[in-house]
Design a protein around this ligand. Structure first.
Ligand SMILES: [Cu+2]
Length: 154
């Protein structure tokens, strides 16, 4: 049963791609690149003063049938946005940059306080409760997702 189910699913994906390509066909000469079926949930960022540092957290849900790799982030609301991981070493918390964050097919990676996060360096305005900012996540297949991120008290 498995061997027949997989090709059937592929043909549905191919059919969807063809429909998408024909909708854009009038002004596109190349085939449409594959879009990762990524869902971002429960995003939020810490309050911060203008010029200070904030952290953003979320769940990245890979609904696709192939792994995806997060390779970077940016935000119009911060001087820099970097994917970090907080780790405990010798009883001290310290942060390491994560240049690649792999999310297996059908899996969820959670960015949460004390672990993975998007570090927002030099925020361009005061981030107060009720504000919202935007973060763009970039993936290794050259696709990106813009994430609305509400600001909360930690
Ligand atoms: Cu950090």
């Amino acid at each position: 049963m498995m061997s027949s189910a997989v090709p059937a699913r592929r043909s549905i994906l191919v059919a969807v791609t063809i429909v998408a390509a024909s909708l854009l066909g009038a002004c596109t000469t190349r085939s449409v690149p594959p879009v990762p079926r990524v869902a971002i949930r429960h995003s939020w960022a810490r309050i911060a003063d203008s010029g200070a540092t904030s952290g953003a957290y979320m769940e990245i849900d890979n609904n696709d049938t192939v792994p995806i790799t997060l390779v970077g982030a940016s935000s119009p609301d911060a001087g820099a946005a970097e994917v970090h991981e907080t780790m405990q070493q010798d009883g001290m918390a310290h942060m390491m940059p994560r240049t690649e964050l792999r999310i297996p097919a059908g899996d969820v990676v959670t960015l949460a306080p004390g672990g993975l996060h998007v570090m927002l360096v030099d925020v361009r305005r005061t981030l107060a409760v009720g504000d919202s900012l935007r973060i763009t996540l970039r993936f290794s297949d050259s696709t990106s997702v813009v994430v609305p991120v509400p600001v909360r008290a930690p």
